[in-house]
Write a new protein. Structure first.
Length: 237
């Protein structure tokens, strides 16, 4: 096998769309994406389709809720430290942040209700390379908290000048999983939210838009299911 391009430096999972997530040492990649990722979402009852998803763009406080999955059970800790589950108590707690009439939609896990696609965006897996991170930090003039971009996999590249564009349409072997890189990830104003303070800095999105074509990160789909661990090498196949 050819020399690796780099290694997995971070694995992140976000069990509830727009909630803070969890760092993992290892994960299972299923055909629908990282197991346990975006298995819960809140919706605006007055809207249909993709536009019905409620995110931190409407309710920044969502980023202050921390979601984890253990033994197929979704656990949530509120900003005040309350332990919650995926039930009406959590819905009531969320409802206090907005006048939007919300509903809850769950996917795949046994205690949730709807099978099928998860509440992901354009593709199941989001990859960010440290090469692109450094380029954006240089352009923005500030250190980046990678959590702003909500990646599933962060890769430490062997070549500090690596260009993400060369992977579009290519397949990657990471651990025992095979991924296909489908496209760049287009960005929205949500990246301006600092994950801990919730302060909004629009200059980051402006920098990404003006200097990077509003792209940061790579969307990928899963060609072959498998396991990925921190430190796994990344190969093209």
């Amino acid at each position: 096998m050819e020399m690796s391009f780099g290694k997995v430096s971070s694995i992140m999972r976000y069990p509830v769309k727009s909630f803070a997530g969890e760092r993992l040492d290892a994960c299972e990649m299923e055909t629908s994406g990282l197991a346990g990722d975006r298995i819960g979402a809140f919706r605006d009852e007055t809207k249909q389709g993709w536009n019905s998803y409620i995110t931190a763009r409407q309710i920044p406080a969502m980023l202050s809720y921390h979601a984890t999955v253990k033994d197929d059970i979704l656990h949530v800790v509120s900003p005040e430290g309350r332990a919650l589950r995926w039930d009406g108590e959590l819905l009531a707690d969320m409802q206090r942040h907005s006048k939007i009439e919300m509903s809850m939609t769950g996917y795949k896990a046994p205690h949730l209700e709807e099978p099928g696609l998860l509440a992901v965006d354009a593709a199941p897996v989001l990859i960010v390379t440290d090469a692109s991170r450094r380029k954006l930090e240089a352009a923005w003039g500030k250190e980046l908290d990678i959590r702003r971009f909500r990646p599933n996999l962060v890769l430490a590249m062997n070549d500090p000048a690596f260009d993400d564009a060369q992977w579009i349409g290519r397949r990657l072997l990471i651990g025992t999983a095979e991924l296909r890189v489908d496209s760049f990830c287009g960005r929205c104003s949500m990246i301006g939210l600092e994950p801990d303070t919730l302060q909004h800095d629009p200059s980051l999105h402006k920098t990404v838009s003006r200097q990077f074509g509003n792209h940061f990160g790579l969307y990928a789909s899963v060609s072959v299911s498998g396991a990925i661990r921190i430190g796994d090498d990344v190969y093209e196949i």
